[in-house]
Design a binder for this molecule. Structure first.
Ligand code: ZN
Length: 143
């Protein structure tokens, strides 16, 4: 390793914000039409209004759909699951799914999922690159 101190870095700074000590995904809400977007927008893609306000997104949502990916970033174990999480804000977030093996037994459309911050990969300096993933709520209780 080239440096002594391993740092955690967000895969995309603008996606996250700390609210009351908790890391949350942050989107924007259009003040004109009330729709929420992620990642953040400068102008509402729906009504073209420019009054957008940063809002933390819910950490829980429902699994809308999922699939297995057999191709990953270098160093990523395959297959891994990806899917769309439908949040109460009425948006669908694309996410890697974690803590859900065996996939065919654990993953069910409409199941309750929660957001976690986890390592995605390592950069060339040994820094941990972290991002969001979703995992089933109460996985143990359902197996
Ligand atoms: Zn709008």
């Amino acid at each position: 390793m080239l440096n002594d101190v391993v740092k955690r870095k967000f895969i995309e700074e603008g996606w996250f914000q700390t609210y009351d000590g908790a890391v949350m995904l942050v989107g924007t809400r259009c003040e004109a039409c009330n729709k929420v977007f992620f990642p953040r927008k400068e102008v509402c893609p729906d009504c073209f209004d420019g009054r957008l306000k940063a809002v933390p997104l819910s950490k829980r949502g429902k699994l809308h759909s999922y699939t297995l990916s057999f191709m990953g970033l270098p160093g990523m174990k395959t297959p891994y699951a990806v899917g769309f999480i439908e949040l109460p804000e009425r948006i669908k977030l694309f996410s890697v799914l974690t803590d859900c093996e065996p996939y065919e037994k654990v993953l069910k459309v409409d199941m309750e999922m929660e957001m976690v911050i986890e390592k995605i990969k390592q950069d060339e300096l040994g820094n941990e690159i972290v991002g969001y993933k979703f995992r089933p709520v109460n996985k143990e209780a359902k197996l």
